[in-house]
Each structure stands twice: as structure tokens, then as C-alpha cells.
Design a protein around this ligand. Structure first.
Ligand code: SF4
Ligand code: SF4
Length: 476
């Protein structure tokens, strides 16, 4: 609906909204309190973990490295190969179920406390508060004309934002390229013609700059608009809410009717509730909503309005909790039903899937073999009345130790394995081994049979793998 200049007075209940109206800047008030402290102490280890993990070396390689060219994902002491794709898919499904469970229990706490958009926005806002002061000072500064003070404050803020964004970008790419190599590659040096050059691969430079730009844009400029309009999770999380989900609510029965009053005045005599209409809960809200309008999809359950309102309640000497984490059912009927069938089902599914995942990871054979039969030639006829098929074995040592493997074959006919080079593969390595298999033509009474390849580590017979491939004989 477009905005409308109508000379006739509209009923008060009708509000015209321009859907294409640009959003104004949200100036947030600095707040301290229980939930803000939780946010700070949750953000800090998350940021440190994100920045430090690519630097941590385990088994001679970065602790987390998504090595796309080698098609291997190293996550702590585990290495996932393309063959383990299903395990990674499982991991994502388990994570999704965990997120659904937490949302059904505690609303959007993921969004309010741990989502990268929240964590980085909080960091950028802290820089903004440090450079430009609290909410009122920021509004005043933005209204002022340009001055040395304004240029210095804004310049410092943007410089620090860009610095944080660059560290974020380099770190992100450092999950795909060893970060030490990346950083040394990004440092300019003089080449043999005396020109300044950068050694990093252009693709790595592109993604570093891309993630620097996106971090600066998302956490510095877009902030709540990412949560409101871009994040798909915000759109469907409401289906996981029920009447017993803990979320931030305003206690309408206690707060209304709202209105200003003096500290210590008999406000009940004036028919006022506990809400002083100070709007602190709105001023601290990072997504710029008024929780007193009811539960809204854009609320990220960060609890800052709870902290703000509790400060006001303390000042007025009223009981805390006018805005609080509670459930719809608790507000309406005074009942708190924390244990629900749906939650139990989610928890059982997560427990079963996690157990199956851990069992599969720890019992999987750290050896894989793909067999490709030579497609160019059906068979080779040898001089001594034998026929031969040629195969290429692609062997992956998925273990953390080096191994030497022995190869055997079996089948319904007296197959013989030709000479091949020793299969010796370093930890995490792969090798391509051409082999040939022959059989006496007189003993082969079929055009098509199977031959089974059995590969086993010479130092550990539990590391073994078996694959079958077709063997083609002469046409009858
Ligand atoms: S309404 Fe309260 S809990 Fe929701 S986003 Fe705003 S400050 Fe956070
Ligand atoms: S902070 Fe509390 S008292 Fe102030 S407007 Fe919000 S709900 Fe009312």
C-alpha cells in the first residue's frame, strides 16, 4: 500500500505504509545487564575460536582445512573424503535438528546470542559506541555538519570496521587455504622487474576482498536488515514456536495502561500499569521493534529489552520482569510446560543420529579403492592362449599413518594377477595403480564374469577393502 496524502481524516486504526520506503538508521542505546553479559561472554570465545582455529596445527596441518583442490575436509583430528559426503550430510542434519530443538525450547536464542551476524554486529556496534559515543551522541553527531571532530570519529570507526572486516575475510579464506601461506602471499614484494607484486592466487585474493566487503557491509551497514529481510531462518522459525516456547514477552496485564509518572507516585490511582512508557526497551533493540506490540517475527530473542526494562523497574522500585523470558501459556494461564512430546521426539532423534554418526566415524575403514576397467579395449589376447583385462585402481589411504598394501584377486575362474608396482601410500594420500588380470581362454566358458580385488594393509589386517569389477572374455 502506498503512502497517501488524503485531505480527509483517516480512522486512527488505518496506517499507510510505503513498502519501498528506505529504513532509517537504528541508533541503539548502550545497555548492560544479565543478557548483555551473556551475549558478550558468548561472543568472545566464538570470535576467538573463529580467528584462532585456522592457526592451530594438528598432525602437521591446520586443525580445520576445507582443502577443495585435494577434495578433503580436515576437521580437527578427522579427515572427510568425497566418499564421506554422506557423513557430512548427516552432520548438517544433526545440526539442523539441534537448532530446531533449541528454537522450540528457547525461541531464537541462536539468532540473539550466537549467530555470526549478531556476533559481528555486536562487535561493530561496540566500535561505534567507542568512537561516536552512546545513542544520543551518535544522533547529534549525524545531524552536525562536517567538522574535524566528525571526520576523525567517523574515520576511526570506518578504519576499525575495515580492519575487523579484513581480519574476518582473511580468516574465512584461511579455512580453505593454509592461513600462513595465504598471509605471506598477501604481503606485497618486489619482483625481478622491481614492480610491487602479490604472491597469493587471484582466487584467494578475490574471496578475501569479497568477504572483507561483505563483513563491512553486513555488520556495519545492513545489521538488523539482514535478520529482518535476508535471513531465511527468520522466515520459518515461527513454525517451531508453540505456546510453551520461552521467548521475550511484555506482560500486558501488568504493564497497561502505560504512561509517564514520577518515582514514588501512586500511579495505580491514575489507572496506570507498571510501564512508564520510557521507550528504553525500544532504544536498545538491535532490530528496532517495540516488544510491547507483541511477539514479532523479527525479534531475535536477545533479551536486551529485558535488561533495559529491568533497569527501569529497579529505578522505579517496581518488581523486575515486566519484559521477560516466558511462554505464552505462562502469561495467559500461569502454566509452564517445559517438557513436551515434540521436544522429547527431537532429542531422541538427535541422540540416535549422533550415536550412529559417532559409531560410523570411528568404525569406518580408513581405506578406499575405486576400480576403473579399461574401456578402450574389451580384452587383450596373450600369446600363451590367455586373455587379459586391464584395470586402473585408485587407492586412498584415509588413515593418519603411512601404509603398504597387498593386493589379491579372486573369482569363479583361475584368474592371475599381473605384476604391478608396490602400493605404498603416505597418510592422507592417494595412488593410481594400473593392474592386469588374465585367465586361460580354455578355462573361461563365459563372455562376462566378475573379478574381486582384495586390498589389505600389510601392517594391520583390519584395514582392508574389497571391490568387484567385471571381467570380459572373448565373444562366444
Ligand atoms: S524485542 Fe527485545 S529481545 Fe527482541 S530483538 Fe528487540 S531487544 Fe532483542
Ligand atoms: S522499558 Fe519497560 S517501562 Fe520502559 S517502555 Fe519498555 S516496557 Fe515500558
Amino acid at each position: 500500500m502506498s503512502s497517501k496524502n488524503n485531505s480527509q481524516a483517516e480512522p486512527e486504526s488505518i496506517r499507510y505504509v510505503n513498502l519501498y520506503e528506505s529504513e532509517g538508521k537504528v541508533y541503539t542505546r548502550k545497555i548492560s545487564g544479565f543478557y548483555q553479559s551473556i551475549r558478550r561472554y558468548t561472543c568472545l570465545p566464538l570470535i576467538l575460536g573463529y580467528v584462532l582455529l585456522p592457526w592451530l596445527i594438528m598432525d602437521g596441518r591446520p586443525s580445520i582445512l576445507f582443502d577443495l583442490p585435494a577434495r578433503k575436509f580436515h576437521i580437527l583430528w578427522l579427515t572427510f573424503w568425497p566418499q564421506d559426503f554422506m557423513l557430512l550430510a548427516w552432520l548438517l542434519i544433526i545440526s539442523a535438528f539441534a537448532l530446531f530443538t533449541v528454537t522450540a525450547m528457547l525461541g531464537r536464542v541462536w539468532c540473539g546470542f550466537t549467530c555470526p551476524q549478531t556476533v559481528w554486529s555486536l562487535m561493530f556496534m561496540s566500535v561505534e559506541h567507542m568512537c561516536e559515543g552512546d545513542r544520543n551522541k551518535q544522533i547529534k553527531l549525524d545531524k552536525q555538519g562536517w567538522s574535524t571532530n566528525k571526520v576523525l570519529r567517523k574515520g576511526t570507526k570506518h578504519f576499525l570496521w575495515l580492519l575487523i572486516a579484513f581480519i574476518t575475510g582473511v580468516t574465512f579464506v584461511g579455512y580453505f587455504v593454509p592461513i600462513r601461506d595465504l598471509l605471506s602471499g598477501l604481503l606485497p614484494y618486489r619482483d625481478e622487474f622491481g614492480m610491487l607484486s602479490i604472491g597469493a592466487h587471484p582466487v584467494a585474493i578475490f574471496w578475501t576482498l569479497f568477504f572483507t566487503g561483505m563483513t563491512y557491509l553486513n555488520a556495519g551497514w545492513l545489521r538488523e536488515q539482514v535478520c529482518k529481510y535476508m535471513c531465511p531462518y527468520a522466515r520459518f522459525q515461527s513454525v517451531m514456536y508453540d505456546k510453551d516456547t520461552l521467548a521475550v514477552h511484555y506482560d500486558v496485564a501488568r504493564g497497561e495502561s502505560r504512561g509517564a509518572r514520577k518515582i514514588g507516585s501512586d500511579y495505580k490511582a491514575k489507572n496506570l500499569g507498571d510501564c512508564t512508557d520510557c521507550s528504553w526497551c525500544v532504544q536498545v533493540c538491535p532490530v528496532d521493534i517495540d516488544i510491547r506490540d507483541g511477539l514479532q517475527y523479527s525479534c531475535i530473542n536477545c533479551g536486551l529489552c529485558v535488561d533495559a526494562c529491568n533497569m527501569v523497574m529497579d529505578k522505579m522500585d517496581y518488581p523486575r520482569g515486566l519484559v521477560r523470558f516466558t511462554s505464552e501459556d505462562q502469561l495467559e494461564n500461569g502454566k509452564m510446560n517445559f517438557v513436551r512430546i515434540r521436544l522429547l521426539v527431537y532429542l531422541v532423534v538427535i541422540a540416535l543420529m549422533s550415536s550412529a554418526f559417532i559409531y560410523t566415524v570411528y568404525t569406518r575403514t580408513p581405506l578406499s579403492m575405486d576400480i576403473i576397467r579399461d574401456r578402450g579395449t574389451r580384452l587383450y589376447r596373450l600369446r600363451n592362449d590367455r586373455v587379459q583385462n586391464v584395470y586402473t585402481l585408485k587407492v586412498y589411504n584415509m588413515d593418519r599413518d603411512d601404509h603398504i598394501y597387498s593386493l589379491k584377486i579372486s573369482g569363479d575362474y583361475p584368474f592371475a594377477l599381473g605384476k604391478h608396482r608396490p602400493i605404498q601410500i603416505k597418510a592422507g594420500g592417494a595412488s593410481t595403480v594400473p593392474v592386469n588380470v588374465s585367465v586361460s581362454k580354455n578355462k573361461l566358458d563365459t563372455e562376462n564374469t566378475d573379478v574381486t580385488f582384495y586390498l589389505e594393509s600389510t601392517d594391520n589386517d583390519t584395514i582392508a577393502v574389497e571391490r568387484t569389477s567385471p571381467f570380459l572374455g572373448p565373444k562366444k
